[in-house]
Design a protein around this ligand. Sequence first.
Ligand SMILES: [Zn+2]
Length: 173
Amino acid sequence: MNVDDYASDTNSCLVVAPSKVNGLGLFSREEISKGHIVGRCNGLILSTPNKRTIQIERRRHITSHYIDFINHQCRPTTCVRVEGNSIALYAIEYISARNDEITIDYNCSEYSLAESFFCRCCRPQNHICGYSHLIETSQTDYLRRIEQFALPHLLELGINAKGVDRHSADRPY
Ligand SMILES: [Zn+2]
C-alpha cells in the first residue's frame, strides 16, 4: 500500500495533530456545529477488517489516510454514516477548530473489531470489542444510547446473528 492509494482521500477541512486520547488524532481546521458534516473520507475497500479500517457493509471495510487517525472515545464527538464507497463524519456535538478531536465510538462502526482494546477515556476502562460483543453480553443503557449512532448494517447483522452459532466458519463480518 502506498500514498497513491489514498490520493482520493483529500479533505481540506481535516488535519492530523497530537491527540489527548492516543498518539496522533484527527482534528478539524474549522469549527463545526452539532449535526453538521465534518468531512468525507474515500479510500481502499478491503474484505476483512484490520485495526485501520471502518466497516461500511458486510465484508467491506474502508481504510484511508484520515481514517487511520480517527481515535475511539466512548463519548465521541462524531458519528459515521456510509455514503456509497466513502464515509462521512457528522458532529454529534459542537467541535472547536483544531482543539476538539474528531473521535468515533468503534462499537458503532465495527461488528467485531480485528483487535480489541481497553479504552483510554473511562475509569474503569471499557473493553472495546465491537457491536456484536455488546449485544452478546449486555442490554445496558450504553447499548441503548449508542444504537442511534450504530451503522445500519451492524444492527441488521445483530438481528440476523441472533440464534445462529457465532463461532461457525461463516462469521457475519
Ligand atoms: Zn471509554
